[in-house]
Design a protein. Structure first.
Length: 197
C-alpha cells in the first residue's frame, strides 16, 4: 500500500513538473515526422500479464516494419534527430508515468519486456515477473547499457529478493543523480536484447 501511494505521488508530481518538456517533445516529434508522437507497445507486466506501454516515439512512424524490425541497433537510421535527444536524456520514458498511474507499472522495478523475450526466460529468470515492472530499477542504475542481457536479469531477480522501500528510494535517488549529471540511463544501443524501448 505504501509503495502504491508513493508511486502515485511521484508519478503525479513528475508528470506535472515535466508536462512542458513532454508537450515540447511531442510537438518536436510531429514537426520532424508524421505519425502519433506516442508509441504504444505490448509489454509483459507482473505475473506475465500484458499491458500497453506508452513512450514518446523516437523512430520514424512504422519503424517496426522497416529495417531490423523490433531490434534497434547502435546508430539505427530509423531513429529521428529528435529521437536521439529524447533517448539520450530518457525523455522518451516520460509517458511511462501514465502506466504507473494506471497501476500497470511502478516507479521502481525491472523494465518491462516484450513477449518474445519472456518466452526465452528460464524458470529462475521468470522470477523478475513477480513484481510490477518499473521506469527505473536496480539493473538500470548498475550499468544496464553495458551489461549482457542475462546479467541484467540476474540484477532484476536480486532486486525481487531484496526489495524494500529503502532500496526503492535509493534507486530513485541514484536515478535522479544520473539524469541530473547528463549521463542518462539508456545510452547507445542499450545492449543485449534491443527493442524500440
Amino acid at each position: 500500500m505504501i509503495v502504491r501511494a508513493l508511486d502515485i505521488l511521484v508519478a503525479s508530481v513528475a508528470l506535472l513538473v515535466s508536462s512542458p518538456v513532454l508537450l515540447g517533445a511531442m510537438i518536436a516529434i510531429r514537426i520532424e515526422s508524421h505519425g502519433s508522437p506516442i508509441y504504444r507497445q505490448r509489454r509483459i507486466g507482473r505475473d506475465g500479464e500484458p499491458f500497453e506501454m506508452l513512450k514518446l516515439r523516437t523512430m520514424v512512424s512504422g519503424a517496426e516494419h522497416l529495417g531490423a524490425g523490433m531490434a534497434v541497433n547502435h546508430g539505427d537510421p530509423r531513429i529521428t534527430r529528435v529521437g536521439h535527444v529524447l533517448r539520450r536524456f530518457s525523455i522518451d520514458e516520460l509517458p511511462n508515468l501514465v502506466n504507473v498511474l494506471r497501476g500497470e507499472m511502478s516507479i521502481v522495478g525491472p523494465r518491462p519486456t516484450i513477449q518474445a523475450q519472456v518466452d526465452q526466460y528460464t524458470p529462475p529468470q521468470r522470477r523478475r515477473l513477480e513484481v510490477k515492472p518499473g521506469i527505473t530499477g536496480w539493473a538500470q542504475i548498475n550499468g544496464r547499457a553495458s551489461l549482457p542481457w542475462h546479467e541484467r536479469i540476474e540484477l532484476d531477480v536480486w532486486y525481487v529478493d531484496h526489495r524494500t522501500l529503502r532500496l526503492d528510494l535509493a534507486i530513485l535517488l541514484k536515478t535522479v543523480r544520473l539524469l541530473a549529471s547528463g549521463e542518462g540511463l539508456y545510452k547507445g544501443d542499450r545492449g543485449g536484447w534491443k527493442t524500440h524501448a
